[in-house]
Design a protein around this ligand. Structure first.
Ligand code: FE2
Length: 189
């Protein structure tokens, strides 16, 4: 049987999302990101990679908690850092690096790129899940149509994100088709 994340921790993460009054759309997105992230993490673990599945699921559930309107930012300059502030305040400091490195800026930065499996999986799952499963090609081309203001960032982040995809999927031994089949099971729920 595939190992799965910790139920108590998952419940606590859902409580945090409610407590910080996240909009339903963001909660639904986060649950879907966690669903895909857990699948990738289980397969990576089965392939012998040292990955903490519970922290992947929890990090995926809380990656966007920093978008909360009720959180007063301290040092955070973006929503990913705000997520790190919140998880730290809520006693889940081990998730701070996972949530802080999930944005596109991180993958082109020298300071906080996703390096651990937990960071890489949450970063990747967030890029391929909106309200549905989308390929990186689709996601980036959709973003470039809508977000001319971040064209420079999208251009710079595409190649390293594709490399991260190859690393994660290759190490987990999964194909895009496997992700689609797994996603179909969520869609059926
Ligand atoms: Fe997200």
């Amino acid at each position: 049987m595939e190992e799965s994340g910790d139920e108590q921790l998952r419940t606590y993460c859902m409580e945090i999302l409610r407590h910080y009054d996240l909009p339903e759309g963001i909660i639904a997105h986060s649950v879907k990101v966690a669903y895909i992230a857990e699948f990738v993490a289980s397969r990576l673990r089965a392939s012998g990679c040292p990955v903490n599945i519970s922290n992947v699921v929890a990090g995926a559930l809380l990656h966007d908690v920093g978008k909360s309107k009720v959180h007063r930012r301290q040092k955070a300059v973006n929503h990913a850092e705000a997520s790190a502030e919140i998880v730290t305040q809520e006693g889940l400091e081990e998730l701070a690096p996972v949530v802080s490195s999930h944005i596109l800026d991180a993958i082109i930065s020298e300071n906080d790129p996703p390096l651990t499996w937990e960071q890489k999986i949450v970063f990747y799952a967030d890029k391929i899940v909106t309200h549905k499963l989308v390929s990186l090609e689709e996601r980036f081309s959709d973003l470039s149509e809508r977000r001319g203001d971040i064209k420079h960032l999208l251009d710079a982040a595409y190649k390293p994100t594709k490399a991260l995809e190859a690393d994660v999927l290759g190490s987990a031994g999964i194909s895009w088709g496997d992700l689609e089949s797994h996603w179909a099971r969520f869609a059926e729920k």
